[in-house]
Write a protein that binds this ligand. Structure first.
Ligand code: ATP
Length: 436
């Protein structure tokens, strides 16, 4: 099903996934804070990416580089000159727009007038700040607009210290910053966001093959995490869309409420970055192939995704409503690896004889799963809350549990209930959650 943007915004606010940032001061536009459930979901998205890109592979390693790097990095990479978007301003209402994202390049979407735009100017998206107490040109630095350059400048450090041989990848997850002209659509486009990027270094003649391989791997990652295949597609870039460094690019797109839009980009960055950093730094970043006794610049295939944008897409994809017993049930069908809580424990009543053993059980299960222990409200309302936040399994501890040492486990999607012995509970849950 397709869900309206407001529905997700409301759910996010009501249940504590995403809050407007600085809300008590009236909010700052297009900046968001992730609440308890959002932080858990975002972390799970990043962990799922890291597992599939680093942990499960023997030729990809991780990195965590600095957000503030030498200014020369961005001069060498071409970002200082070309990391720009075309900006137009409406002479009638003074609204600023990104020209390449307008449906009609002549008409202002804010006031509806045509022919009122100024000539486009190239606006650089990098945020600037200064290191140290003096604000001068010499100590001006940028906040990184992508995590990729941190990987390129550490390519030789990583290769040498970890004895990496082609083909190999370096992956990184972290904050990036872009002073977007028109952020918007909730957390889809923000000025501060989390990126998950991997640079895969290979022999130039093998680049096309690896480009195809990573497309398939990345698309399967979404499918394995339960995303609806009809909401995903791969779109190759047109010649005039290609970044300054890319020979070939495709986007993995998702069917957002406003139409198909980018989730992730895959680019063949060629040897552009390593060559540029070699030239500017004077360090030889060529790869030495001992067998063939030759030196060359590897090519690079890059899957680059936004963790915050993906979190939003997973939320949209998971949102379902169903009619159950004449009532509407809202259920987030999140994959168990992504759900903020894998398990909830609900004592049937607040009576101390139940509360004590139920909370002991919850404490034991917490060692295995992200878990919520909920004693408020009626059991029906508590089930509905867990459905709405996507908890795959709810364990109810009732009066019979005192005698039979068993609990009722309810499955979020089928609503089927099983009576499970407490001794076997983690085994039962592990099997279903596929955490092992
Ligand atoms: P666009 O042209 O839409 O501004 P882009 O194609 O330049 O973006 P990339 O540089 O390919 O974006 O970035 C890789 C990924 O990082 C994107 O697919 C997206 O998931 C994420 N991303 C980029 N910019 C933002 C942003 N402002 N807010 C949230 N996520 C972003």
């Amino acid at each position: 099903m397709t869900v309206a943007l407001e529905t997700i915004v409301n759910l996010s606010k009501r249940r504590g996934f995403v809050f407007q940032s600085s809300e008590i001061y009236g909010g700052i536009r297009s900046t968001y804070d992730y609440g308890p459930l959002g932080a858990a979901l975002l972390r799970n998205v990043k962990d799922a990416w890291w597992r599939s890109m680093v942990q499960y592979r023997d030729n990809v390693v991780g990195l965590d580089s600095a957000i503030i790097q030498a200014r020369t990095v961005w001069q060498a990479s071409g970002h200082e000159d070309t990391f720009t978007d075309p900006l137009v301003e409406c002479r009638n209402c003074n609204a600023r727009h990104r020209l390449d994202k307008l449906d009609d390049p002549d008409r202002c979407p804010t006031c509806g007038k045509s022919g009122t735009f100024t000539e486009p100017m190239q606006f650089n998206l990098m945020f600037r700040t200064h290191t140290g107490p003096v604000e001068s040109d010499e100590n001006m630095v940028y906040l990184r607009p992508e995590t990729a350059q941190g990987i390129f400048i550490n390519y030789e450090n990583v290769r040498r210290t970890n004895r990496m041989q082609l083909p190999f990848g370096i992956a990184q997850v972290g904050k990036s910053f872009r002073n977007e002209i028109t952020p918007g659509q909730f957390v889809f486009r923000t000025r501060e966001f989390d990126q998950m990027e991997m640079e895969f270094f290979c022999r130039p003649e093998e680049a096309s093959r690896w480009f195809a391989y990573w497309q398939e791997q990345r698309l399967n990652w979404y499918l394995d995490l339960g995303m609806d295949k009809d909401k995903l597609r791969i779109r190759p870039h047109e010649e005039d869309e290609l970044s300054h460094y890319a020979a070939e690019t495709v986007d993995i797109e998702f069917a957002f409420p406003w139409g198909w839009d980018e989730l992730e980009g895959l680019a063949n960055r060629t040897d552009f970055d390593l060559k540029a950093h070699s030239e500017v730094s004077g360090q030889d970043l060529r790869y030495y192939d001992a067998e063939a006794d030759e030196r060359f610049f590897p090519y690079v295939i890059e899957p680059a995704a936004g963790a915050t944008r993906l979190t939003f897409a997973f939320l949209m994809d998971a949102y379902h409503t169903e009619e159950v017993g004449g009532e509407t049930r809202v259920v987030l069908k999140l994959h168990p690896h992504l759900a903020p809580y894998q398990v909830a424990v609900l004592p049937l009543s607040k009576k101390p004889e139940l509360l004590g053993p139920a909370s002991e059980l919850a404490d034991r299960l917490r060692r295995h799963y992200m878990l919520e222990f909920d004693v408020t409200q009626s059991i029906g309302r508590r089930y509905r809350r867990q459905d709405e936040i996507g908890t795959p399994y709810v364990v109810t501890y009732d009066f019979d549990s005192l005698d039979d040492s068993a609990v009722t486990v309810r499955d979020r999607d089928t609503m089927a209930q099983d009576r499970v012995s407490i001794d076997r509970l983690t085994e039962y849950l592990d099997e279903r959650l596929k955490l092992i």
